[in-house]
Design a protein around this ligand. Structure first.
Ligand SMILES: Cc1cc2nc3c(=O)[nH]c(=O)nc-3n(C[C@H](O)[C@H](O)[C@H](O)COP(=O)(O)OP(=O)(O)OC[C@H]3O[C@@H](n4cnc5c(N)ncnc54)[C@H](O)[C@@H]3O)c2cc1C
Length: 378
């Protein structure tokens, strides 16, 4: 049959283009059938993205891909592959999907969305990226849910949640956060803690700036188990989140603990313990103020994982919210946390109920927790 092809290639990604070029050079009668555009997968990368790979891993011929920087952007790579196809006048039908292949008398009958072909051989160069993976949870088809990240600009000053633990998710979260979206990355603990490049750990050039966004309080990371449902909110199971029983990202727990007795006109020491546990926590958290009446010491605990990049250091400030008289706090300004602790001395001039607020601040974000102290006459 004269119309019969020697080779039908499905897909015009880098693999399909390379095969088409080789087929052309061999003088084969070939055709590429592509359901989208040339290099569809790359076309679907986020706009302006710099790719991970170096030129030698991407180019069809050594030295042919010449990006402005060390690694090409999506646009440079796309242009390179398009020109590879155009310059060689490769035979490609775009916007045509292969829908069925059957063995024929002399090869294969290939059915597409536009017609039928007979071919001696079929080469599948269909990649692995054509279909997004759905979570299959209720609400996933809502218009606000997307399975592909294009660009951050529609989300500036809006809440954006990225669910996933691979490079693409991390990169999308990073782009969003860097461009001013209020970003949360929901990631499995195993992915967050994976540092082994051989086991698919996040690339370090994504992780480093991403951790900086977290440390500077612009991005939240939540460790989650399962997305259960998406409504106007997103409902997640968040079990087994921390080494202890603390959720590293929950908002500050404000627990008000009445103090048995604090003396009038005698100094009361108040200590804030600060622990860095290395977990992704966007803000220092003052938790569970506790009191001990025996020595008049009041303890509160603050957690922060903002280990680096603290522009002004981690500090704790106490302020008075309520009370019958002014409380003297010494020192009165921010108390630098040293060896995990910040200590202040309080003096109450009158009996009554006082509410004081501890603010733990790492230079980027702060967290508040209130403590109630009852002062009695001795
Ligand atoms: C967001 C993202 C970022 C990535 N970043 C990088 C990176 O930085 N570095 C890197 O090396 N790799 C990266 N990759 C992976 C890289 O894009 C792929 O490895 C590469 O595109 C694979 O080339 P391919 O030709 O095998 O398949 P693809 O490029 O996926 O091409 C397959 C083609 O087949 C077509 N097709 C599928 N089914 C049919 C059908 N039934 N009929 C007709 N046509 C069909 C598709 O439309 C597609 O155009 C990334 C992938 C994604 C999704």
């Amino acid at each position: 049959m004269t119309d019969r092809l020697d080779l039908l290639i499905i897909g015009a990604g880098p693999a399909g283009l390379s095969a088409a070029d080789a087929a052309a050079r061999e003088g084969l009668k070939y055709l590429v059938i592509e359901k989208g555009v040339i290099a569809s997968t790359i076309h679907r990368y986020p706009i302006g993205r710099t790719v991970f790979s170096t030129t030698d891993e991407l180019e069809m011929e050594p030295g042919a891909l010449k990006p402005v920087s060390e690694k090409p952007t999506r646009e440079e790579l796309l242009s390179y592959y398009l020109h590879f196809a155009l310059d060689r006048d490769l035979l490609i039908n775009t916007d045509e999907a292969v829908t069925e292949i059957e063995p024929g008398s002399e090869g294969f009958n290939v059915k597409t969305s536009r017609g039928n072909y007979q071919t001696a051989r079929v080469l599948f160069a269909i990649g692995a990226m054509a279909h997004p993976r759905w979570l299959n949870v209720p609400g996933e088809d809502l218009p606000k849910v997307h399975h592909r990240f294009v660009e951050p600009y529609p989300y500036v000053r809006r809440d954006a949640l990225v669910v996933g633990g691979g490079n693409s998710a991390a990169e999308a979260a990073l782009f969003l956060s860097e461009e001013g979206a209020r970003t949360t990355l929901a990631i499995w603990r195993s992915d967050w803690e994976n540092r082994d490049p051989k086991a698919g750990a996040m690339k370090h050039w994504v992780r480093t700036p991403l951790e900086r966004e977290v440390a500077q309080g612009r991005m939240r990371v939540i460790l989650y188990d399962r997305v259960e449902e998406i409504t106007e909110r997103i409902i997640m199971t968040r079990g087994n989140l921390n080494r202890g029983d603390e959720d590293p990202n929950k908002p500050p727990v404000v627990s008000i603990t009445p103090v048995a007795a604090a003396p009038v006109n005698a100094p009361v020491t108040i200590t804030t313990s600060v622990t860095d546990d290395g977990l992704p926590k966007p803000r220092p958290t003052v938790t569970r103020p506790q009191t001990t009446s025996s020595d008049g010491t009041i303890r509160a605990q603050a957690n922060s994982s903002a280990t680096g990049n603290r522009p002004r250091g981690l500090n704790v400030t106490w302020m008075q919210i309520r009370g019958p008289a002014r409380v003297m706090v010494e020192p009165s300004g921010p108390i630098l946390v040293a060896e995990g602790k910040a200590t202040a001395t309080l003096k109450f001039a009158q009996p009554g109920t006082y509410v004081l607020r501890a603010t733990a601040n790492d230079g980027a974000l702060s967290t508040k927790s209130d403590v109630t102290i009852t002062v009695e006459k001795r």
